[in-house]
Design a protein around this ligand. Structure first.
Ligand code: TYD
Length: 137
């Protein structure tokens, strides 16, 4: 199993004035949320990411539109997730090579992260990711 997991958030629905989704660190999210960032105005079909993190844990939430996330872990497990539901998040663990493809022009990716931005935590070369991985293939 790839080191990623879909999380269902509770949505406060049931009326006609929209709905609210509340997310708490160390509750629905299994880590302290130290940073939040979001990505928008990405053209349809554009692909971002192409990296893994050594230690960082993240939860990706597509709060508008739809985005495909391709994940590959250090054991060579690969899985594609389609995010199109703002009441769901995708946990992405450490050492997961991931790319995000914008399936719709209006898509907004909202990300919760376990730590501050640190470029040293990134692995941006796929070859390096493979070298550091423990896979035995
Ligand atoms: P990056 O993580 O490479 O984005 P993506 O994987 O979506 O393509 O980040 C893009 C740029 O933004 C890069 O120069 C680093 C910078 N950045 C920050 O300054 N702070 C942050 O919290 C993040 C996530 C990125």
């Amino acid at each position: 199993m790839v080191n990623c997991e879909v999380i269902d958030f509770k949505a406060n629905k049931g009326n006609n004035i929209g709905y609210l989704v509340a997310i708490e660190g160390n509750n629905q999210i299994k880590f302290d949320i130290k940073r939040v960032y979001y990505i928008l105005e990405t053209p349809k079909s554009a692909v971002r990411g192409f990296h893994a993190h050594r230690e960082l844990l993240q939860v990706l939430i597509c709060i508008r539109g739809s985005i495909a996330v391709d994940c590959e872990d250090i054991n060579g497990n690969i899985k594609r997730y389609i995010l199109g539901d703002p009441t769901q998040g995708l946990f992405v663990g450490k050492m997961v090579w991931h790319t995000m493809e914008w399936l719709s022009e209006d898509a907004v990716l909202f990300v919760l992260a376990s730590d501050f931005y640190n470029e040293d935590d990134y692995i941006r070369q796929y070859d390096k990711f493979i070298t550091l991985s423990e896979r035995r293939t």
